[in-house]
Ligand binder design. Structure first.
Ligand code: PMP
Length: 307
C-alpha cells in the first residue's frame, strides 16, 4: 500500500492528500495521455534532505510533455523544482519518492483532442528499496520476457508517458508470475533493451556496456549517473547494442533506476551471472550511495537541498 502523506501539490497549490482526485472521463485515464517522473529525496549526512538530480527529472518531464502536446506553458523548470522541494518539506518527509504527473484532464474525448486542458500534480511519499533490500545487497533473479519493448517509430520509449507502462506491466507481471524479481525486455530486433522499470548494464572483459537510446530505452537519469561514476572511476563505458546471449556470458549485470537505485543481477533465466563476485557493480553501487552519505563528492551539483 502507498504510505500516504498529508499534502499533494496540484496546479500550483497544496491540497489535502484525500482531495487529490479526478473525474472518470479524464483524458489521460482513457488514452494514456500522461507524462510523469519518479525522483527520490535522500536524507544526506552532509546536506540535509536533498532531491537527487531534481533539474534533470523536471527537464525530462517537459521533454515528455512536448512529445504529446501536453501543455506546460504555465510552468518553468525552476518553478517545478521548487514545488517538488515544497511537497517533500511540507509533508515533513526526510526520504521520499516524488511523483510529478502531468496529464490531459476532463473536457473532451478523442485521443487527438487539442482542447482538453492539462493538469499537473506532485505527490511525495515514503517508498523503500523497490527491488528489496536483499536485492540491493545480494542481487536479484531476472528473466528475459516473451514480451518485446515498443519498437522505434511506434510509441516512443524515450518519453516517460503513462501508456508506456502497459509494456512494463506485461514484462513485470510475466516475470513475477514465473517467480523472478524482474523481467528484461528485448527490443523489436531481439537485442537487449531494459528492465520493466530499470536500465541495464553488462560488465564483460573489463568494459561496461549498456544499450543505446535506439534500443527502445528510457534514457534513465540513474543510467547517466552510473555512467558518470564509472567513467570517473576510470572504467570504459560504451553504449552499444547487446545481443541476448551476452546476458548469459557476462561477468556482471546490474540494473539502474530511481526506484531500483543500483541493483545487481544474480541470475538471468536461472543461469548464474559470472562467477558471482561483483567488483565493478559494488564499486558503482558504493559510489552511488556515497553521494548521499558524503563519501562521494558531489562535483556535479546533483543534490538539491529542500530548504
Ligand atoms: N526504464 C524504464 C522503463 C523506467 O520506468 C525507468 C524508471 N524511471 C528507468 C528506465 C530508469 O530511469 P531513471 O534512472 O531516470 O529513474
Amino acid at each position: 500500500p502507498i504510505q500516504e502523506a498529508k499534502l499533494i501539490w496540484r496546479n500550483g497549490e497544496m491540497i489535502p492528500w484525500a482531495e487529490a482526485t479526478t473525474h472518470v472521463l479524464t483524458h489521460g485515464l482513457h488514452y494514456g495521455t500522461s507524462v510523469f517522473e519518479g525522483m527520490r529525496a535522500y536524507d544526506t549526512k552532509h546536506n540535509g534532505v536533498c532531491i537527487f538530480r531534481n533539474r534533470e527529472h523536471i527537464e525530462r518531464l517537459f521533454y515528455s510533455a512536448r512529445i504529446y502536446n501536453i501543455d506546460m506553458s504555465k510552468y518553468t523548470v525552476d518553478g517545478l523544482m521548487q514545488a517538488c522541494k515544497d511537497v517533500v518539506r511540507e509533508n515533513g518527509l526526510t526520504s521520499a519518492y516524488i511523483r510529478p504527473v502531468a496529464y490531459l484532464g476532463y473536457g473532451e474525448m478523442g485521443p487527438y483532442s487539442t482542447k482538453v486542458k492539462s493538469e499537473l500534480a506532485i505527490a511525495a511519499f515514503a517508498w523503500g528499496a523497490y527491488l528489496g533490500e536483499d536485492g540491493l545487497k545480494n542481487g536479484i533473479d531476472v528473466a528475459v520476457s516473451s514480451w518485446r519493448r515498443t519498437a522505434p517509430g511506434t510509441i516512443p520509449a524515450g518519453a516517460k508517458a503513462g501508456g508506456n507502462y502497459l509494456s512494463s506491466r506485461l514484462i513485470g507481471m510475466e516475470a513475477r508470475d514465473r517467480g523472478f524479481a524482474e523481467g528484461i525486455g528485448l527490443s523489436h530486433d531481439g537485442t537487449v533493451s531494459e528492465g520493466a522499470g530499470e536500465n541495464l548494464f553488462v560488465v564483460l572483459n573489463g568494459r561496461i556496456i549498456t544499450p543505446p537510446a535506439a534500443a527502445s530505452i528510457l534514457s534513465g537519469i540513474t543510467r547517466d549517473t552510473a555512467m558518470t561514476l564509472a567513467k570517473k572511476a576510470g572504467h570504459e563505458v560504451i553504449e552499444q547494442s547487446i545481443p541476448r546471449e551476452m546476458l548469459y556470458g557476462a561477468d556482471e549485470i546490474f540494473l539502474t533506476g530511481t526506484a531500483a537505485e543500483v541493483t545487481p543481477v544474480r541470475s538471468v533465466d536461472k543461469i548464474p551471472v559470472g562467477k558471482g563476485n561483483r567488483p565493478v557493480t559494488n564499486q558503482i553501487q558504493d559510489a552511488f550511495f556515497g553521494i548521499f552519505s558524503g563519501e562521494t563528492k558531489d562535483e556535479w551539483g546533483w543534490l538539491d537541498p529542500i530548504v
